[in-house]
Write a protein that binds this ligand. Structure first.
Ligand code: 5GP
Ligand code: ZN
Length: 116
C-alpha cells in the first residue's frame, strides 16, 4: 500500500523522477541521488515496507524477490565478477534516513571494511 508521505513510494508511482535501472512486478531499482561509489543503486519493494526491523512474517517471497533484483542490478551494472556490497540500513543507529525498505548496491571500486 502506498504511503503518500513516503519519498520512495512517490518514486514508485513516478510522482518523483528517478534514474530507474531495473523493474519487476514487485521491485524497482534506481540510482542513488548522492552516489557513494561509481555504482550506487537502491533496490526497493514497490509495496511500502518500513524497515527490516518491522517486516511481517510472511515477507519471505518479497525479500527473495528483492535479493533476485539485487542480483539482476549487479549483472546489468557489470559487477558480477568484480563484486559489490549490499547494505540494508535499519533505524537510527543503522543510518536509515528513508523509512521505506531499500537495499543499497555499491560497486565499481574496492570498498572499505568495516564501514565505520
Ligand atoms: P538510507 O540512509 O535510508 O539507508 O538511504 C537513503 C538513500 O536515499 C541515501 O543514500 C540518499 O542519497 C538517497 N536518496 C534520498 N533522497 C533521494 C531521492 O530523491 N532520489 C534518489 N534517487 N535517492 C535519494
Ligand atoms: Zn514507501
Amino acid at each position: 500500500m502506498k504511503d503518500p508521505s513516503c519519498l520512495f513510494c512517490r518514486i514508485v508511482s513516478r510522482e518523483i523522477p528517478a534514474d530507474i535501472v531495473h523493474e519487476t512486478e514487485n521491485t524497482i531499482a534506481f540510482r542513488d541521488i548522492a552516489p557513494q561509489a561509481p555504482v550506487h543503486v537502491l533496490v526497493i519493494p514497490k509495496e511500502h515496507v518500513t524497515s527490516l526491523a518491522t517486516i511481517p512474517d510472511n515477507s519471505e517471497a518479497l525479500l527473495g524477490q528483492l535479493m533476485a533484483a539485487v542480483r539482476d542490478v549487479a549483472s546489468i551494472e557489470g559487477l558480477e565478477d568484480s563484486g559489490f556490497r549490499t547494505v540494508l540500513n535499519t533505524g537510527p543507529d543503522g543510518g536509515q534516513e528513508v523509512m521505506h525498505l531499500h537495499a543499497h548496491v555499491l560497486g565499481g571500486r574496492e570498498l572499505m571494511w568495516p564501514p565505520g
